[in-house]
Write a protein that binds this ligand. Structure first.
Ligand code: CAA
Length: 261
């Protein structure tokens, strides 16, 4: 499928790369872009050979500099609600993808861009990355989940500070507050992301999906229910050929050849 505002590629088997591709406006998210992202996420979701999804922004300067201000400028309240709900729905579908997702943040990661990055499982950033929720500068609040996901990532105090001051956070501080997992020199970032993607793609595919599901679903449960979920996904692994292959390969001192079934 061809898109106008995004690219969906498979640089290697099982590895998807979704790039927001509007570099002239720093990859700002208009409604059409969000809609194309929804379709791309469905493509990855429907592919049982998918192993991992990387999300990035085209060009040197930005991951995504936010929702498209030019498009939002003239909205009335109910249109703004529709746009917000579209963004929330699409980012939730990204968060709920069965395969691990990594935001590869190469520059400005602001507003809806930071919300997109936080809907990924974790963030790898370049040393030039800048994070923030600057919506209060525009007289609005975050609308694609920032008030909720930033709070869950960095805690209430830091989330309120960042959102009410609109202060930008550079890559090293983003690591210190737990927003970003790793920072790399800009020119190495995509290679490092592909290395991690390859590592994940080589593991037992069913176990990777089930482990993500247990973590994502379990964090909203009480500990006993989450423990039960874990023992159920653990038991389910023993119904797969991947478990037989993984453990047999260990005992036979060879590399496992997983089939994802
Ligand atoms: N929406 C629409 N266009 C944008 C944009 C955005 N979020 N961010 C940048 N652009 C456009 C600029 O208008 C400019 O276009 P022109 O060349 O046609 O003038 C182009 O991208 C390049 O931007 P700048 O000239 O501003 O580049 P800069 O290097 O001087 O500044 C920046 C970079 C600090 C990121 C600045 O562009 C900026 O502050 N952008 C807006 C960031 C922002 O407020 N984001 C939050 C948006 S609201 C939101 O996201 C709500 C939500 O939760 C969904």
């Amino acid at each position: 499928m061809t898109y106008q505002n995004i690219l969906l590629e498979q640089p290697e088997s099982g590895i998807y790369l979704l790039s927001v591709n509007r570099p002239k406006v720093l990859n700002a998210l208009n409604a059409e872009t969000v809609s194309e992202m929804e379709s791309a996420i469905r493509t990855v979701s429907d592919d049982r050979n998918a192993r991992v999804l990387l999300v990035t922004g085209a060009g040197e300067k930005a991951f995504v500099a936010g929702g498209d201000i030019a498009e939002m400028q003239g909205l009335h309240a109910m249109q703004a609600k529709t746009f917000s709900q579209q963004g929330l729905r699409v980012l939730r579908s990204l968060e709920q993808l069965a395969v691990p997702t990594i935001a590869v943040v190469n520059g400005y990661c602001l507003g809806g861009g930071n919300e997109l990055a936080m809907a990924c499982d974790w963030i790898m950033a370049s040393d030039k990355a800048v994070f923030g929720q600057p919506e209060v500068n525009l007289g609005v609040t975050p609308g694609f989940g920032g008030t909720q996901r930033l709070t869950r990532r960095v805690g209430t105090a830091m989330a309120i500070e960042m959102i009410t001051t609109g202060r930008n956070v550079k890559a090293e501080e983003a690591i210190a507050i737990g927003l970003v997992n790793h920072v790399y020199p800009a020119e190495q970032l995509m290679d490092e992301a592909l290395k991690v993607a390859r590592t994940i793609a080589a593991k037992g595919p069913v176990s990777v999906r089930l482990a993500k599901e247990a973590i994502q679903r379990g964090q909203h449960m009480d500990l006993d229910s989450a423990g039960l979920l874990e023992s159920e996904v653990f038991a389910l692994c023993f119904a797969t050929t991947d478990q037989k292959e993984g453990m047999t390969a260990f005992v036979e001192k060879r590399k496992a050849a997983f089939k994802g079934e």
